[in-house]
Design a binder for this molecule. Structure first.
Ligand code: ADP
Ligand code: MG
Length: 394
């Protein structure tokens, strides 16, 4: 199923690249392999059954032969014995088929068990009684202290080399902080840690001085909202998609969130307004509209911390500036971290944190860094790629 749905999903790209033939050949090769596997499976299990049948015929013939020649049984007795045998033989056949099924399913069962053990080992610990109901606050700011993270292999415990190492910075409450850096430098990894989705391998993250740990990570997630680059919309109405974040929200609250995300106008223009079905993965909306719905959904949660991870990188400047305006309007009401490449998405930031290869290379006030020539920010704003110089890399 995965192969076929991937194939169907890629047809448009393949056709536009004029490589239908080789693209189809790839699928064909996979299907051929599956066919061969299937045939060999059927052959093996049929050979097993056939062997069993031949063996039982030989056994039966031997039995009749010995009964007749050695024990001189009467024909009537043999017929009775044969009848008994005929009743019993199908049970043996069944056993043989079941044993075959068992052998086939054993490896799958073993890997499922293995997976389960691995996932259980990684299970998030439930919040302790003491921590329950104690709401974390974010009135002062979020403190990231000497945090490192290495993506570890789950079972083999072979921790990879850290993708984020020893970063320390703060997110002042109510301010907008921009996180910039080249692709692959660890920005999304930092966002995941701040969201309480990834646990730092080392170091601490504190909200108003309280460490976010296994006990209160769930509580913390109640207060954060996240807008990723590829938003996820259900094949449902706009209202249902928004209420995913806040099931109890009234229509008035939905409209308020849409207004704050600069999405109210376009939703009003739709024939069925909040009841418009967005289509599979939101296909009936444009990228910018989807992104603004996602922002409205995030705002509905009334988060203390809002993180936008390259939320507008795929958008045109009009949609980008609409979202930029929304974020600017939220200043002071919540703490915001925006991860972006485009100057327009960081122009309204109060603070800037620049990272490279998982390390902080620059932190400061936006206006100051912008004025300082040679800073990463000013280089980025002047359109120069924030590529590390070769000399720097060593
Ligand atoms: P950015 O968002 O700045 O582009 P990421 O935080 O997504 O960068 O990734 C930083 C580094 O971590 C990359 O080198 C990437 O290959 C690696 N990485 C990201 N996610 C995973 C993962 N789930 N497992 C292993 N390595 C990962
Ligand atoms: Mg990223």
């Amino acid at each position: 199923y995965r192969t076929v749905s991937e194939f169907l999903g890629g047809i448009k790209v393949a056709k536009s690249l004029n490589v239908e033939a080789s693209y189809f050949a790839q699928l064909q090769a996979t299907l051929e392999k599956m066919k061969a596997d299937n045939i060999s499976y059927v052959r093996n299990s049929t050979i097993g059954t056939a062997f069993f049948q031949v063996a039982s015929v030989i056994g039966l013939s031997l039995f009749i032969y010995i009964a007749l020649t050695r024990f001189h049984l009467a024909l009537a007795e043999i017929v009775v014995l044969l009848l008994v045998f005929m009743r019993i033989a199908p049970r043996f056949m069944d056993m043989q088929t079941q044993a075959q099924q068992l052998l086939i399913n054993l490896p799958a069962y073993a890997s499922m068990q293995d997976l389960q053990t691995r996932f259980d080992a990684e299970r998030e610990t439930a919040a302790s009684q003491a921590a329950q109901g104690v709401r974390l606050t974010l009135d002062v700011g979020l403190d990231i202290r000497d945090v490192s993270l290495a993506y570890g292999g789950l079972a083999d415990a072979a921790e990879g080399k850290p993708v984020v190492s020893g970063i320390t910075f703060g997110l002042p409450a109510g301010k907008v902080t921009a996180l910039i850096g080249p692709s692959g430098s660890g920005k999304s990894t930092i966002a995941d840690m701040l969201l309480g989705l990834l646990e730092p391998t080392q170091g601490k993250i504190l909200a108003d001085g309280v460490e976010i740990g296994p006990d209160n990570r769930r509580l913390w997630r109640d207060q954060v909202a996240y807008v990723p680059q590829d938003v996820f919309l259900l094949h449902d109405t706009i209202a249902a998609n928004l209420r995913l974040a806040a099931p109890q929200a009234s229509d008035a609250e939905l409209w308020a969130a849409l207004r704050a995300a600069h999405a109210a106008d376009f939703v009003k223009g739709l024939e069925q307004r909040l009841d418009t079905v967005v289509g599979d993965r939101g296909i009936r909306l444009s990228g910018g509209e989807r992104q603004r719905i996602a922002l409205a959904r995030a705002l509905l949660r009334k988060p203390s911390l809002l993180i936008l991870d390259e939320a507008t990188s795929a958008l045109d400047w009009q949609n980008q500036s609409l979202i930029a305006k929304s974020i600017d309007g939220l200043r002071g009401t919540m703490t915001i971290l925006t991860i972006a490449h485009r100057p327009s998405m960081i122009a309204f930031a109060d603070w800037v944190v620049a990272i490279e290869n998982g390390r902080i290379v620059e932190v400061g006030q936006y206006q100051r860094l912008k004025a300082k020539s040679g800073s990463r920010l000013s280089r980025m704003l002047s359109g120069e790629q924030a590529e590390p110089e070769v000399a720097d890399a060593g």
